[in-house]
Design a protein around this ligand. Sequence first.
Ligand SMILES: [Zn+2]
Length: 184
Amino acid sequence: MAKAKIRTTCVVCGKEFTHEVQKYSRRDANSWEQWAADKEWTCSACLQVQHEAAQQAKRQAENEAAATRTKEKNLPELQGSEKQIAWANTIRLTMIDEIAFLLKGIRLDIDVDNPEWREAQVQRVMANSGRTDHDELLRTLDDTLQTIKRLALTRDHLQASTSARWFIDHRDKRVEELWKSIAE
Ligand SMILES: [Zn+2]
């Protein structure tokens, strides 16, 4: 390994700084130094500022899009500081979209708590498939129905919640974890 190094001036702030990279050989390092001498460089502090500005612009665009969709979906207004609300709007929509995706194609008018309805489903599956493991089928159906029920309840809760703080605090949580913290 060989160290390649140039002394250059930041094109943004005009500060002089040293730019250093590792190359495999002295020859590579020399040719890099030649090439780098004619190039325009930006110091790490200015790169950081540029990066942050780009991130902020991206966030702002996301927040504006979220504010529009929030209105379209008739979601209640969130409570919190302006900054919190802008951010939480985006988080809330992501959460609701994720649940909508999981519930896609699932009929929610089914009576999940009705034992007769469940028994009829199991009987139908047994008749169609020839399976005889009634209790196992019922357990599987119960698990699925419980999951659907939880998803629907979680979605309802998310759609009714108005605390920007809550959404921000739960932004990295998976749907199951959201359900747990709602159910508590
Ligand atoms: Zn600079």
